[in-house]
Write a protein that binds this ligand. Structure first.
Ligand code: SAH
Length: 366
C-alpha cells in the first residue's frame, strides 16, 4: 500500500471504530456512561481510580464495587491493544512493543528508561498519510486514526510494566510522553488532544503526567499548530523540519508543498510565544542530502534568537532506502555551524537502533 511520492492523505479511511473505553471520556461523560449502564454516577470515579491510579482493568479485583456492578462496569474497560511482539535492548531499559488493534491494524510504542526519567514514545495513527520518504511509516500509508483510549492505553501499559518492576531499575513511573511513534498527531487532532488531557489530568481524571513532559511532534500542519496553542495545554511542540529550504523540504516533508518553511516556522514561534515553551526543531541528518554546512548556516539564521532547541537525529536507515546517516565529521560541522549562531543544539541518542527503533519499522517487517 505504498504511496506515490509526494501524495498526502489527510482524511483517514472510514473504518469500524474501536469499542468505547473509559479513557475516551471526560469525567462528566464517564459519569453519564456509568448512569447509562444503570449504575450510580460516583462509580465512574471509583472505576477511574482503578484504571488511572492502580492501572488495573480487572474488575474482579475491584472489591470496592458491588459484585453485581462489576460485570456491567467492565463494559467501559474493553481490551484495545494486544501485544504481538516485544523487543528489548539496553539491558532491558528500552522496550519496543508491537500492538495489534481490534481490527488487525498494527502500531508500535517504545519505553525508554534513563537514569532520571522514563519516556514513552506512542503512536497516534495506524500508518501515516504524510509520506516522508525517509520514514518507514510514511511509506506504508494511512490505515486509520487511533482512538483516544488506544493512544492512552500504550502509556498505561508502560506505566503498568514500570509499576510492576518489570523494567530494570526498580519500580518507576512514566515521566515523559512523546508523540513520535507512528502517525501524524495533528492529523488526528481531536483524539490526540483527548489523549493529552487524559495524560496530564491528575487522578482520577487521568494519569497526572506533567504537561511539560509531553511532546507533540508534527510535520507542520500550520492551522492545527495554531489550534494547539489555544488549548491551554503547555505541551512541547516538536517540528520535523529536516531542511531549511523549500526546495529540499518539498521532497523530504511533502506537507511543505502546502505550508512553506517560513509559514511553519512562524506558526512555531507563535506557539512558543503563546505557551512560553521552547519549540524543538527536529532535523534528521541524511548523508549528502540535507547535511551540508550551508544548510546548517541557513537553519542557524532562521532559528537564531528564538525560543528554540534543535534536535539533530542521525538518520535511522529504513530497509531498501538509498539514504543513510551523515558522516561523523559532517555531523560535527553541522553542530558547530548552529553553535556559531548561538542556537542550542543536541544530537539525539540513537537508542533502540538494534530493535528497529525508528518509527514504523517493526510494523513494516510484520
Ligand atoms: N508525524 C510526526 C511524528 C512521528 S515521527 C512527525 O513527523 O513529527 C517522529 C520523528 O522521527 C519525526 O521528526 C520524523 O521525521 C522522525 N523520523 C522518521 N523516520 C526517521 C528515520 N528513519 N530516521 C530518523 N528520524 C526519523
Amino acid at each position: 500500500m505504498s504511496q506515490p511520492p509526494g501524495q498526502l492523505t489527510f482524511v483517514a479511511p472510514r473504518r469500524a471504530k474501536p469499542a468505547r473505553h473509559l479513557a475516551d471520556l471526560s469525567m462528566a461523560d464517564r459519569r453519564a456512561a456509568v448512569a447509562e449502564l444503570g449504575e450510580k454516577a460516583f462509580r465512574a470515579d471509583q472505576l477511574s481510580r482503578h484504571y488511572f491510579e492502580r492501572l488495573t482493568t480487572d474488575v474482579s479485583a475491584m472489591t470496592d464495587l458491588p459484585a453485581g456492578s462489576r460485570e456491567k462496569l467492565a463494559a467501559l474497560l474493553p481490551s484495545l491493544l494486544t501485544p504481538v511482539r516485544e523487543l528489548t535492548t539496553d539491558g532491558g531499559t528500552t522496550r519496543k512493543t508491537l500492538w495489534r488493534l481490534f481490527d488487525g491494524a498494527l502500531v508500535e510504542s517504545v519505553l525508554m528508561r534513563y537514569p532520571d526519567r522514563v519516556t514513552m514514545c506512542v503512536s497516534s495513527q495506524a500508518g501515516c498519510g504524510m509520506n516522508c520518504p525517509f520514514c518507514a511509516t510514511g511509506q506504508a500509508g494511512l490505515t486509520r486514526n487511533m482512538s483516544t483510549a488506544e493512544i492512552v492505553e500504550q502509556v498505561v501499559a508502560g506505566a503498568r510494566a514500570l509499576a510492576a518492576g518489570e523494567v530494570p531499575g526498580g519500580p518507576g513511573r512514566v515521566s515523559n510522553v512523546v508523540f513520535m511513534g507512528m502517525g501524524e498527531p495533528l492529523a488526528n487532532y481531536k483524539q490526540v488532544i483527548g489523549a493529552v488531557r487524559r495524560l496530564v489530568e491528575p487522578a482520577p481524571h487521568g494519569l497526572g503526567i506533567s504537561a511539560r513532559g509531553v511532546t507533540v511532534s508534527t510535520v507542520g500542519l500550520v492551522p492545527a499548530i495554531g489550534k494547539l496553542a489555544d488549548e491551554g495545554l503547555p505541551v512541547t511542540l516538536a517540528l520535523s523540519l529536516h531542511a531549511p529550504d523549500d526546495e529540499l523540504r518539498d521532497t523530504l516533508v511533502p506537507i511543505n508543498t502546502r505550508w512553506k518553511v517560513a509559514e511553519v516556522l512562524d506558526a512555531a514561534w507563535a506557539y512558543a510565544a503563546r505557551t512560553k515553551r521552547r519549540v524543538s526543531i527536529e532535523y534528521a541528518l541524511i548523508k549528502d542530502v540535507n547535511d551540508h554546512e550551508w544548510r546548517a548556516d541557513l537553519l542557524g539564521k532562521l532559528v537564531k534568537n528564538k525560543l528554540v532547541h534543535v534536535n539533530l537525529i542521525p538518520l535511522n536507515p529504513t530497509p531498501g532506502s538509498k539514504w543513510t546517516a551523515s558522516r561523523p565529521e559532517d555531523e560535527r560541522a553541522f553542530v558547530r555551524r548552529l553553535e556559531f549562531h548561538g542556537v542550542p543544539v543536541t544530537v539525539r541518542d540513537t537508542r533502540g537502533r538494534e530493535i528497529d527503533g525508528a518509527c514504523g519499522q517493526l510494523a513494516a517487517a510484520e
